[in-house]
Design a protein. Sequence first.
Length: 137
Amino acid sequence: MWVFLLANYSDLPEVIPQHYNAYGKADDFGSKSNLFILAGIASLLNIGLSALKKYPHHFNYSVEITKENAIRQYAIATRMLRFVKLILVLIFSSLVVKTIFIAKGGSHELGFWFLPIALVCLVGSIAYFIILSIRSK
């Protein structure tokens, strides 16, 4: 994401889409430097979730943690964080890349399916791991 952003930054117009409505159409525009904020948020989320997964014993679990299930529950929780981290990085990277393509005139919108797919992937993966955790108590 960062490499693509830096490689294309000088070719971008000064004003680019910075917000999209639920249908994936740009409805607000701003400075191209806002892409650095988007990429920065993605990087901070990535770093924060990477640090957080080192402390699974501090997480809130939907089942009681015992000596018998602790390792299994911690493994499920850290796997969930890795998966959520991947999905978030893919979502933010897609937003940065697609915004650059839109700004260069390649397209005019993210597409209607971007938001539903992103939400289903994110919420669905969290729900899957919560169910897995409950079944593995």
